[in-house]
Write a protein that binds this ligand. Sequence first.
Ligand SMILES: Nc1ncnc2c1ncn2[C@@H]1O[C@H](COP(=O)(O)OP(=O)(O)OP(=O)(O)O)[C@@H](O)[C@H]1O
Ligand SMILES: [Mg+2]
Length: 243
Amino acid sequence: MTRVIACSIFKGGTGKTTAAVNLAAALSLLNRRVLLVDLDTQGQAGTHLGHTAVPGVADFIRGQNTLIFGRHNLDLLAGGNDLAGLKMEIARRPFGGEHVIADALRPLHGNYDYIILDTGPGFDSLSIAALFAADEVLAPVKLEPLAVDGLVQFVQQLTNIQHHRDVELRYIVPSALDRRVAQTGEIHEQLLAHFGGLVCDPIRYNVRLSEAAGHGQHIFEYDPGSNGAADFATLTERVLNDE
Ligand SMILES: Nc1ncnc2c1ncn2[C@@H]1O[C@H](COP(=O)(O)OP(=O)(O)OP(=O)(O)O)[C@@H](O)[C@H]1O
Ligand SMILES: [Mg+2]
């Protein structure tokens, strides 16, 4: 069975792309066949792996084969600007627009153990379509004052989607944890109180993670000895335990 996991939350800059790329990479290194799908007009998941301005999801949906061989066991459907057109197309459809991504990916399921979706910030037709394509959601949150609020709002929207299909919030990942920042501990406690066992071990703040993105590499290529690599290995273990 293919597991489709969306890295999603409507708040921007919480670590969605970092999580999608490095989780996908870690799974591929553990011999899982992985497809990483970038559903963001910013196209940063592709850039993170060194593929910039290449045809991707939007053209794939129009019938072209735009799958990119990213790494061993890791294929990529890139995002980018042309998703803006797709987003409008989905929004204009009188019905069924929310199924566009799910329908496009379904024929690929047999080829992969994991399909990891990176979604853009904001609550729009494309992020909804991503949640209609996913079975599980991994939501990265920064431990900042409004983090729990943002997550509660996201969960409310997810509940609306759950009236239509099975998609489960499975992993909440505190990202860029920095214990020197005031309130971090308190917010972590709030998160645990609200969401209990869904809260995963945090990804610590580690500048190597953002450097890796700038070099077009995942963290296991760029610096396998870093805290970032260690934390993503731990997160990946947790995901694998649920197989
Ligand atoms: N654990 C971390 N340590 C240090 N920097 C991090 C960490 N996680 C993410 N970052 C950096 O924070 C920034 C935002 O992360 P990222 O792009 O993954 O967030 P995002 O949720 O995908 O953003 P957007 O909503 O714009 O798509 C990036 O520059 C990234 O490199
Ligand atoms: Mg992103």
